[in-house]
Design a protein around this ligand. Sequence first.
Ligand SMILES: Nc1ncnc2c1ncn2[C@@H]1O[C@H](COP(=O)(O)OP(=O)(O)OP(=O)(O)O)[C@@H](O)[C@H]1O
Length: 280
Amino acid sequence: MPGGPADREPGTADRTGTAEGTGTAEGTGSADGSESADRTGTAEAVRIDLVGVGKRYDGRATGVTALADVTLRVGARCLLVILGPSGCGKTTLLNLIGTLDTPTTGTVRLDGVDVTRASRRIRREARREAVSFVFQSFNLFPALTARENVRFGADVAGRDRAGEVTDEVLAGVGLAERAAHFPHQLSGGEQQRVAIARAIATGNPILLADEPTGELDVATGVRILELLRGQSAQGRTVLVVTHNREIARIADRVIELSGGRIVHDGPPPGGQVPVAELRW
Ligand SMILES: Nc1ncnc2c1ncn2[C@@H]1O[C@H](COP(=O)(O)OP(=O)(O)OP(=O)(O)O)[C@@H](O)[C@H]1O
């Protein structure tokens, strides 16, 4: 993002208070999201601001409307879970927020910057300085050690003190002792912790996780969720896509997609619970 230093903590003033509508009371999200408004920190900053977003894939024979008229505002310190059945548009939504794809209609703003039809340079900057991804299949570099994988995140974002940041973040996910291990020498849960550490090491304020516990057993999945929850508590905006309704119970806010539309937006039904209370 223009003018944004890469080396910073999430939620700092340089990413807030832009002229384009951040920090407004209006930005508190859904009609039924008033209770979540405080918890989503939207009084500080609307980090993700989608208005009327649609995505259509046009094939030769048939077209598919993956998303239709999605309006969504998410602030700092929010763990947002995106629920919905296969094919409802969850990954498409994450890709649009992550500037990996462009919508057919509507606008996408990240930290007040309209990235919808921005130049490739602006979109590249958004990817480098605003968003980080965590995938179901970890996507670690197999020939790099855990430490080198995490260092990659810090380097790509151009962070100062990249070496120190790497060590701090690795320790933060409980893997300081495994820094010299390669991905194939680590368990699935450890690999996912490295992947999350790599995303954290960028310093980017928005973390996008697509089925991050999908390949893990219950106990390991719970540990991963605790890590993600900790990141939102520290000021990041964390979006977790899942099929698993139980995971949604730990969220500050849950949106549910069906047929490419948001059909529910609000706190988890039954109220938010600690990660330890999940039953998978
Ligand atoms: N590149 C593409 N070309 C054509 N159709 C696509 C493309 N990508 C996704 N789609 C379609 O768009 C719709 C939404 O896909 P998307 O991957 O976002 O769903 P999802 O909710 O993430 O599904 P899953 O839970 O199975 O991963 C689906 O009908 C899918 O087939």
